[in-house]
Structure formats: C-alpha cells, structure tokens
Design a protein around this ligand. Structure first.
Ligand SMILES: [Zn+2]
Length: 279
C-alpha cells in the first residue's frame, strides 16, 4: 500500500504557509509589535487566525476519500498532526512572546518575553482520538474548532509562563480574564482580575478554555504599577510623564502671571505713595 502521509503533509504545510503569508491579521500584528502598541488581545486574534487557517487546510486535504479505508490510522495521524500542530504552537507562541516583550518594555521592564513549550499531551490526545475511530467522518470535527482552541490555548500558556516568571522575579502579577463575544454563565463568573499568587498551581479555572470559548486571558505588567494620585495615570508611564510636563508648564505660566500682577500692584502702591507724599 502506498504511504500517503508524506504527500499529504507536504500539501498541508505548503497551503498553511501560503495562506499565513497572505494573512492581513498576521501583517497587522507585526506592525503593532514594531510600533510597541500590541496587547494580548492582538495575540488572541492572531491565534484565532492561525487556527482558522489550519483547520481550513485540514478540511481541504484530510477527507475520508483521501485516507485508506476512510480511516485516520495512527501512523498517519501522528506523522501529520505532530509536525503541523507543533508549528501552529510555535507560530502563536513566538508572536505572543513578542507581544509580552512589548508589554514588559512599556512597563519599564527589561525582561524578555518567554515562550511556553508545545503541549505534547494535548497533541497526543488529538492523535489518539483520531486513531481509535474507525470512521474518519465521525471524528473529523476534532480537526475543526479544537484546532482553533489549541492556538488560543497557546496564548493562555504564554500569559501564564510570563506571569510565573515575573512572580518568581519578585513582582506581583495579576491575570485579567475578559469575556469577548460569548454569553455563558461559567465564563461570565470567571471574568475578573486575579492575583497570580492566588491562582498559581491551584487548578484555578482562570486559564481554562471550553469548546468555542473566545475569552481573553491577559497579563500586562504595567497594570500592577502604582498610579500617580494626581494624574490618575500609572506612575512613570508615558501618559503620566506627559501629564506632569503639562502640569509643570501650567505652574510656570501661573507664576509668570503672578509676578506680572505683583509688579503692577507694586507700581500702583508706589504711585499712591508718591501722590500721598506730594500732598
Ligand atoms: Zn469563555
């Protein structure tokens, strides 16, 4: 029997790379990172794009007709899914780590963004699940939405490992979870701000993501910074510095105005004294 895995893998990797190279979402994130404006909301959009491109490429090439006996045998699943999901991981992890570095820099920290390792357990789970099913048509759903979910999870993991790194460096990171488009009670209840110290290794669901969940899980080291009580901006932030410059300018103008009034008052007083002296 002809080994179809190498040929299928080639086609998938080629189509995946081509679609990604044309993606406006990927281009936009690159620009935002260069300008220092990216946040993890952009990482999440990028992950969704990468996941959506890959699931479309899978659905084009991985069909029951293309597989022997209409089944995804283990050795085919492993040789196709391991390399493609691993590159999906690295693409998203690279971008999310670059975004984290932007956030670190903006918060005045000279810390590099770090990348989580590929989730081998998750990849193995998908391969095993495909292989046990005799009829590919009954399991092909796993190459659809879960592929997007896989990419989103890479952003969550990047957020988690960077918060952990900062926590170990003596900072007090907070994790923010926000509902984006869905209306599910579980996610509604989970939305909020958490101290990383409290959710570290407690099995806290703040980093969990159910099927079709597009919640945003973020860590921005700038969020935990002291706020300037007068400017209401993070102390030392660009906004705070701009506010302080503005305030200094106003003080300067007021002092000049006061000096002007004092001079006039002096002149008036002097003139009055002279008038009195003449009488
Ligand atoms: Zn959700």
């Amino acid at each position: 029997m002809k080994d179809i895995a190498p040929g299928l893998l080639d086609k998938i990797q080629k189509d995946f790379a081509e679609a990604l190279a044309k993606s406006p979402v990927a281009k936009r994130l690159d620009d935002l990172i260069e300008k220092g404006l990216a946040t993890h909301s952009d990482s999440l959009k990028y992950a969704q794009e990468v996941g959506d491109i890959l699931r479309k490429v899978f659905s084009k090439h991985l069909t029951a007709d293309a597989l022997p006996d209409g089944r995804m045998y283990y050795n085919i699943a492993k040789r196709i899914l391991e390399p493609t999901l691993t590159s999906e991981h690295h693409l998203v992890a690279n971008m999310a780590a670059r975004v984290q570095e932007v956030l670190n820099t903006n918060a005045g920290l000279g810390l590099k963004g770090i990348k989580p390792p590929p989730d081998e357990w998750r990849i193995k789970g998908i391969v095993d699940r495909l292989a046990v099913e005799e009829d590919f048509n009954k399991i092909k759903w796993i190459l659809d939405e879960p592929i997007r979910n896989f990419a989103q999870h890479v952003v969550d993991e990047t957020v988690r490992v960077n918060a952990d790194f900062h926590f170990e460096s003596g900072m007090s990171p907070t994790i923010t979870r926000t509902v984006v488009s869905e209306t599910c009670d579980w996610c509604d209840k989970l939305a909020g701000v958490y101290k990383y110290k409290d959710v570290k290794e407690t099995g806290n669901p703040v980093f969990m993501r159910h099927e079709r969940c597009d919640c945003l899980v973020e860590y921005d080291p700038g969020d935990g910074k002291k706020v300037n009580a007068h400017s209401k901006k993070a102390a030392g932030s660009a906004e705070d510095i701009a506010w302080q410059k503005q305030a200094a300018k106003k003080r300067e103008e007021r002092r000049a105005e006061e000096a002007e009034w004092n001079k006039r008052a002096e002149a008036v007083a002097k003139a009055a004294a002279e008038r009195r002296a003449k009488k």
